[in-house]
Design a protein around this ligand. Structure first.
Ligand code: DAH
Length: 341
């Protein structure tokens, strides 16, 4: 009997001094004292031989001990868990969470889509400089010296070097490619262009274009039309129709502008297409022989087609963005809307 009481006191003293460095050590203590074969559980066996008149008092002592042990071990477990998470919280190299994810810019989404479609048709990517010379932007593209597009109203000139300009269209990349490659040429050229325009909802001093060029033997207008139909249907849906209207560009002959059936009303007429049923999306034509010649390609052997479109224009048709300025303001409330696009 006396030895049971001594044992209780001994264990009680041990419990008061328990320490655990981590959760595993705390669990080992629980097993040592409180599991089925634990030291406190074992006291219950000795309890059977306690005389009846002392059972109450000794029983209470054992229960008290069990309670204290449970509380102490739980305390140790909690302490260990806190220590572990505190260790994580001071990891200064960790990215702060939650990390807001950025979205792709709508113009990038549309550019990638255009480039993707033409890549599947065998076109490869070509790029050229935004700061260009007059030759690549105008002269080699068959613009006459007095062509109005060269005018100060349109082109940004570098004051000290009147020959150095910001390109006003990506057709300059056609010249860059032709001067260094002989046909077959099949390139798609996305990029930023600049025009000296007052900034408004409908015009900006910079915007983006994608140029296409195909030069080989026996390239015909039929090839151009077929590729553009395929592009329009991939971009705007399989029921999309196209229409080509005669037009004029210095670098193509014949030239045309292409419309697609309205993306909203499908041709019936609505406010987007101003009741027309058609939306203009690009300029195109057969590369003028003078352009081939100026860029070192023999027009008696080769023919080619070219086309050019505005990325903002196509993005507007896809997403109905009413104000062009939104594309360059970097307002996250605008950009966030393209998170799933
Ligand atoms: N460069 C023209 C523009 O900026 C677009 C264009 C029209 C490009 C017809 C072409 C083309 O390659 O064939 O408005």
């Amino acid at each position: 009997m006396a030895s049971l009481i001594e044992k209780i006191q001994q264990i009680k003293a041990e419990i008061a001094n328990l320490q655990a460095k981590n959760a595993e050590e705390a669990e080992a203590l629980r097993i040592k004292y409180l599991s089925k074969k634990g030291e406190i559980t074992a006291l219950m066996n000795d309890f059977r031989s306690v005389p009846a008149e002392l059972k109450k008092e000794v029983g209470m002592k054992i229960n008290e001990l069990k309670q204290t042990a449970m509380e102490r071990i739980n305390e140790l477990k909690q302490g260990a868990a806190q220590q572990e998470s505190a260790g994580e919280a001071v990891d200064l190299t960790r990215t702060p969470y939650p990390t807001p994810l950025g979205t792709r810019h709508p113009l990038t989404i549309v550019k990638n889509e255009i480039v993707d479609i033409f890549s599947r048709l065998g076109f490869t990517l070509a790029e050229g400089p935004e700061v260009e010379d007059d030759w690549h932007v105008y002269s080699s593209m068959n613009f006459a010296d007095d062509h109005p597009a060269r005018d100060m109203q349109d082109t940004f000139f570098v004051e000290a070097h009147p020959d150095i300009i910001l390109r006003s269209h990506t057709s300059s990349v056609q010249a860059r490619v032709m001067e260094r490659t002989q046909p077959p040429i099949r390139v798609i050229c996305p990029g930023r262009v600049y025009r000296n325009e007052a900034i408004s909802a409908r015009a900006h001093c910079f915007f983006h274009q994608v140029e296409g060029l195909y030069v080989d033997k026996n390239v015909s207008f039929t090839d151009l039309k077929q590729v553009l139909l395929l592009f329009a249907q991939e971009m705007f849906g399989p029921d999309t129709k196209i229409r080509l209207r005669p037009s004029y560009f210095p670098f193509t002959e014949p030239s045309a502008e292409m419309d697609v059936s309205c993306t909203i009303c499908k041709g019936k007429g609505c406010s987007l297409c101003k009741g027309e049923g058609w939306l203009e999306i690009l300029g195109c034509g057969m590369v003028d022989p003078a352009v081939l010649k100026a860029n070192g390609i023999d027009p008696d052997i080769y023919t080619g087609y070219a086309f050019g479109m505005g990325i903002e224009r196509i993005a507007n048709l896809k997403y109905q963005v009413k104000d062009l300025r939104m594309f360059s303001e970097n307002d996250v409330r605008f950009l966030d809307q393209f998170v799933n696009a």
